[in-house]
Design a protein around this ligand. Structure first.
Ligand code: SF4
Ligand code: MG
Length: 334
């Protein structure tokens, strides 16, 4: 998948016909499977939310392909698109913004059930379905929540409602964009555990987007790391977090205060992350996009875009970094 956003141009650029674009996502690929969580990790501005929005088809893609069960998905509009939209549901970072403040929980959930599965449900069937959705996300007894408005619930309860609404479409995949980062630290684990539980019981595929690599280790089977719009490392979560190969992944881990904590102050960790700023995506650095910040950079790094190279003995572990190309390292040592 590739996504470039055009930048509003001034008169001079218009006259010179220079095209500028934000290279938000370049050449990202990933596979989601039912019953598994894939974490997409990176700092803000790395393009990870854009990947989720592309997969949810909230934006058209600049290039690339999205396949569901091996079939290329249609772009917006039509029955095939609606079926895709039901099967691939998004959960947003801010549950308050994603729920309409003037409508009750009952309204939100009923609407999700009707949009996707309007099979002429009787009143009693609908009531059962509503109760089941709220029970699934542990908001019980359901009648305590159904007629409340979003502002009458806590942040964690609202995120549970947003999850229930997504489940109303009977999805196969959830795209969860920082689903716990706006929640109080003390309730983050509960929401992640709920998602994990739902994954098991409903055999869901989950894409978990986060800037907190420690939570990826806890929650995800596979971890992919993004930097400046590109994927730089991937593999099973244990391997990537315990034996990171890419210098950027190491930086992410080193700058987290305590890799074993989940309930720590993640936001402070993000602010503390030293060693420079992410680069402009209008003119991304040449070669490896991380080279201006990389302590290991060699001369080739600012010229050639690194290819994915297999790492060590763990199958499926790769990094896009010239350090894993023996010829490059030998040349640099000369
Ligand atoms: Fe650093 Fe070079 Fe690897 Fe990029 S390719 S991460 S600059 S060593
Ligand atoms: Mg984001």
């Amino acid at each position: 998948l590739t996504k470039h956003f055009p930048v509003r141009r001034g008169l001079r650029q218009l006259l010179s016909r220079e095209r500028t674009a934000v290279h938000a996502v370049d050449d990202v690929h990933l596979t989601l499977r039912r019953g598994r969580v894939v974490a997409l990790v990176g700092e803000s501005g790395s393009g990870k939310s854009t990947v989720a929005r592309l997969l949810a088809q909230l934006y058209p893609r600049t290039d690339g392909d999205i396949q569901l069960h091996g079939e290329t998905t249609k772009v917006k509009g039509g029955k095939a698109f609606r079926s895709y939209a039901a099967r691939v549901q998004m959960i947003f970072q801010d549950p308050f913004a994603s729920l309409n403040p003037v409508h009750t929980i009952r309204y939100h959930l009923t609407r999700a059930l009707k949009i996707h599965h309007n099979a002429g449900k009787s009143e009693a069937d609908l009531e059962n379905a509503l109760n089941e959705l709220l029970t699934r996300v542990s908001l019980t007894p359901p009648e305590r929540y159904l007629d409340k408005f979003p502002h009458e619930l806590s942040g964690g309860q609202r995120q549970r409602v947003a999850i229930a609404r997504a489940l109303g479409a009977q999805p196969e995949a959830l795209l969860a964009d920082e689903p716990v980062s706006m929640l109080d630290v003390s309730i983050r684990l509960g929401v992640l555990n709920l998602l994990r539980d739902l994954k098991e019981r409903l055999n869901l595929a989950i894409l978990y987007i986060t800037h907190d690599i420690a939570s990826a280790r806890y929650f995800a089977d596979e971890t992919l790391v993004m930097y400046a719009g590109r994927m730089v490392e991937g593999g099973d979560s244990e391997t990537v977090t315990q034996t990171p190969a890419h210098p950027y992944t190491r930086l992410l881990i080193d700058s987290a205060p305590d890799p074993d904590r989940l309930a720590g102050d993640v936001d402070a960790a993000e602010e503390d992350r030293g060693n420079g700023e992410p680069p402009s995506l209008i003119r991304p650095p040449s070669g490896c996009r991380f080279h201006p910040r990389c302590p290991m950079a060699m001369s080739r790094c600012s010229v050639d875009l690194p290819i994915r190279l297999e790492i060590g003995d763990k199958p499926g572990h790769w990094a896009a970094c010239w350090l894993y190309d023996e010829a490059t390292v030998k040349e640099a040592a000369k």
